[in-house]
Design a protein around this ligand. Structure first.
Ligand code: TXA
Ligand code: MG
Length: 340
């Protein structure tokens, strides 16, 4: 058993076909892939992640033609979304095809599908469809242990699973450009408005412009033991191991004062100016993430992982502006902070 890193698409596709695990890059985050028709392989992914069995996974497809192998109906709205945003960081929830394993859907009557745009993901899915036939699908939850920060580089996947006795091929590729997980939109119920289940790079306004109808914005679900429909919806998720707290800029001086004897990291949303200079005194480290939401998202998980390795007593992240464009980042940051 070993974790093998490489760039060979053919090997990776054959591993999937043989029921083995393949981690691969997508434009959002790296996924931990398995043949979505192979229940033993799906179980192996859940076991590797430590993910509860009732959390559904996304089926990744080479193209939108494959959608009808997974969804019972691909209606007009679903078509419009796929035509506009695939390949790309949008997951579409549709009524499940009767042949889809309940392990994929977490026992629900819907299925989540997506066609990623990362060139390596596309090549892998195409090569796998060549072996497994049209309609082939690959389940791929983010390639991290359950609840931890999603990986955006091959080395993160390696670090996540090194030391385990797993057999896994880590397909290397360029870092994930989007940096946070895909937007999930539910269009499974005809006659009901489309609903965002997980905010991401593609916002409600972009979806609305394509569908020309109202899209229900993302509304964090109340945790309920019987409906953990979106696992990222668990309050504590995407979390580093070091305690993470959020702050408003006006609180920074007080935080620095309170932590004179601790080694903490302070992460600004844009330059922190004089406050940052003051914070950088002594034991503290100051980092600045971009004041632009998309660039910020692209760097967020890598920054969390890098800071997590440095043994800080705590990580303090400045809360980004309260604007719709920051919604997905707010979501991930508040879940990371909710773990503490
Ligand atoms: O960007 C992404 O979507 C990444 C990359 C690897 O493609 N994948 C990802 O997978 O984020 P994962 O397993 O970490 O998150 C999948 C989310 C979960 O929150 C799950 O609950 C939700 O998709 N999901 C899957 N099937 C669903 C369904 N039928 N209805 C509602 N939510 C579903
Ligand atoms: Mg995940």
């Amino acid at each position: 058993m070993a974790i093998i890193q490489g760039r060979d698409i053919g090997t990776a596709a054959r591993w999937l076909q043989a029921g083995k695990l393949v981690a691969f890059p997508t434009e959002t985050v790296y996924g931990l892939g398995a043949n979505a028709r192979d229940e033993a392989a799906i179980k192996a992914v859940f076991a590797a992640k430590g993910r509860p069995a009732d959390h559904p996974v996304i089926v990744h497809l080479a193209d939108s033609e494959a959608a009808s192998a997974w969804a019972a109906q691909v209606d007009k709205r679903a078509r419009q979304l796929m035509d506009a945003f695939w390949p790309g960081p949008l997951t579409v929830v549709l009524p499940r095809h009767p042949q889809v394993s309940t392990l994929v859907t977490g026992g629900q009557d819907t299925v989540a599908i997506r066609c990623p745009s990362h060139p390596v993901a596309r090549q892998l899915l195409q090569a796998f469809a060549h072996l497994a036939g049209p309609g082939a699908g690959v389940i791929a939850p983010s390639a991290n242990r359950f609840g931890h920060v999603s990986p955006t580089q091959a080395k993160h996947v390696f670090q996540e699973f090194v030391g385990s006795d797993l057999e896994m091929y880590v397909l290397e590729g360029a870092p994930s450009e989007v940096g946070i997980e895909s937007t999930i939109v539910d269009v499974s119920q005809a006659g009901q408005p489309a609903r965002i289940l997980r905010p991401g790079h593609i916002g409600a306004d972009a979806l609305q412009a394509v569908l020309r109808e109202e899209v229900m914005p993302y509304a964090p679900q109340k945790a309920s033991p019987d409906t953990p429909r979106v696992s990222g919806s668990l309050k504590a998720h995407y979390a580093p191991r070091t305690p993470l707290y959020l702050f408003q800029r006006a609180q920074l001086s007080r935080i620095i004062q309170a932590h004179q004897a601790d080694r903490i990291a302070v992460v600004g949303c844009g330059p922190l100016g004089l406050l940052g200079e003051a914070a950088a005194q002594g034991l503290h480290q100051v980092r600045v993430l971009p004041a632009d939401a998309r660039s910020y998202a692209a760097q967020l998980y890598g920054t969390l992982r890098a800071l997590d390795e440095q043994g800080f007593a705590a990580l303090y992240f400045e809360i980004p502006p309260a604007l719709p464009v920051w919604e997905a980042v707010h979501d991930r940051l508040s879940r990371a902070a909710a773990a503490f």
